[in-house]
Write a protein that binds this ligand. Structure first.
Ligand code: ZN
Length: 459
């Protein structure tokens, strides 16, 4: 049996792994690579494996860096099952349709430019039709369920505690008289996140393939995140500014809304104008209400009041005109908009209008991958370009890593130790983070490997 480390190995996007056993090949995630435009286009278009050879997909969760390149499979003729939890399935319908729309828009925009130069037209990475085709391949399962590819090769889904519906996967394999138990934990969540349950700990593994996004870093307490946010909001409002929060439409937005709701309910914050300016975030929030039983018991208790009754100060913007009015408005407000790394979406319009104003605050609540606009703003680089124009950074920049849905260094060490895995393969981390974690785990006497992208390991 073989483990193929295809993508998302020494980087945090484009997660793709193949598990090969009993003559079957299972693809674990088919994420979109994000980064420099040209490199991303090439990496996403040319898959580093033969699509015809894939018998099934096992999908961990609905973030695009894990599911966003699934429609490319159907573009190459894939029509086998995609197994995922039913919450992931519901979320992927939204995420993949949106991703296809972005691909089509991007190609149309670039073609406007290239047409003038008389070059060949750019074809979108995939289309809405490809997205619909892969959505049709989904088969929803629940936590604890096992799907079989052969009688000796199966996958069990357990809660990853990362976002709604996210799963870690235990592959059980018998081959040539030997038994293997292989666990995939990417992305892995944290204990005590406000909305979702704690991660399931896969134990007695032969192999653990684990993420290392925050391999060297420690987050603040998740409970301190809302206090940090409260302070930023109070100070920004006092000087008459806006709080702009680039946020993943999925999960982070709902967590921030829940925190704001709690702060107001506990009278730590006056009711305040909060705008979610993302049609996708609105759709995703609806799935949270539909998939109530996936959520944390703690949330369920207090969430009864949260329910579908939206407080009067919380606004879900849908129409383009409404979004434009909000962008132009100078009134203090909290604006939450996608995308989380500022690569697409309405946040770009808000940044364009607000990034130079020192009254405003920009709050990063998620990981900013290398070469994304979010990373450039975070690092306060000089050449901040939005829609082709250059901007001077004037707004205050804040990082609220405590909002992270990823395990930090200490969580990862604990998980690795508790898994009792004979071998640990670290992936899904930029080199510095991955190496730091490898060193720490080796100090704990664990058998750690850092494969390269494209490497195939025979067990
Ligand atoms: Zn994720």
């Amino acid at each position: 049996m073989r483990l193929h480390f295809v993508g998302g190995i020494d980087t945090v996007t484009g997660s793709q792994h193949i598990i090969e056993a009993n003559g079957k090949r299972v693809l674990r995630d088919c994420g979109l690579f994000q980064g420099r435009r040209k490199e991303a286009a090439a990496r996403n278009r040319d898959l580093n494996f033969d699509v015809d050879s894939i018998d099934a997909v096992v999908l961990s969760h609905a973030h695009v860096d894990h599911c966003g390149n699934l429609p490319t499979l159907t573009r190459f003729g894939y029509d086998n099952p995609v197994y995922a939890t039913s919450a992931t399935e519901a979320l992927c319908e939204i995420m993949l349709r949106d991703a296809a729309h972005i691909q089509e828009q991007d190609a149309a925009y670039l073609n406007q430019k290239t047409n003038r130069k008389g070059l060949d037209p750019i074809v979108p990475l995939y289309t809405t039709e490809d997205a619909e085709a892969i959505i049709g391949c989904f088969q929803g399962v629940e936590y604890g369920a096992t799907v079989g590819f052969t009688k000796d090769f199966s996958a069990r889904f357990e809660d990853a505690g990362h976002i709604l519906g996210s799963s870690v996967t235990v592959f059980n394999i018998h081959e040539n008289g030997r038994a293997f138990k292989i666990g995939y934990a990417l992305d892995l969540g944290r204990r005590d996140l406000p909305l979702i349950r704690d991660p399931y700990i896969m134990q007695n593994l032969d192999v653990l393939v684990m993420e290392s996004t925050y391999g060297s870093r420690k987050h603040g307490d998740a409970n301190n995140a809302s206090e940090q946010l409260r302070e930023i909001i109070v100070k920004t409002f006092e000087r008459g500014g806006k709080v702009l929060i680039p946020s993943f439409a999925l999960e982070r937005t709902q967590e921030i809304l829940y925190d704001l709701y709690s702060l107001v309910e506990e009278k730590k914050l006056e009711p305040l104008p909060v705008y979610v300016d993302s049609p996708m975030a609105n759709a995703v929030t609806r799935v949270f209400f539909e998939k109530w039983d996936y959520l944390d018991e703690h949330f369920m208790k207090r969430g009864k009041r949260y329910g579908p009754n939206i407080p009067h100060w919380m606004h879900f913007v849908s129409g383009v005109q409404e979004s434009k009015n909000l962008t132009a408005s100078k009134e203090p407000a909290v604006v939450i908009a996608a995308s989380g790394m500022c690569e697409h979406g309405r946040i770009l319009h808000h940044l364009k209008h607000g990034i130079e104003d020192p009254k405003n605050s920009i709050v990063f609540v998620g990981y900013q991958a290398a070469h994304t606009l979010g990373r450039r703003i975070l690092e306060k680089q000089k050449d901040i370009r939005i829609f082709g124009d250059e901007f001077q950074l004037g707004a205050e920049i804040h990082v609220a890593n405590a909002f992270s849905a990823h395990a930090d260094r200490d969580d990862l060490i604990e998980y690795a130790l508790e898994s009792k895995a004979d071998k640990i393969f670290l992936v899904h981390g930029e080199e510095k983070e991955r190496e730091a974690l490898a060193k720490t785990l080796r100090n704990e006497k664990l058998n750690v490997f850092t494969p390269t992208a494209g490497e195939v390991v025979e067990l």
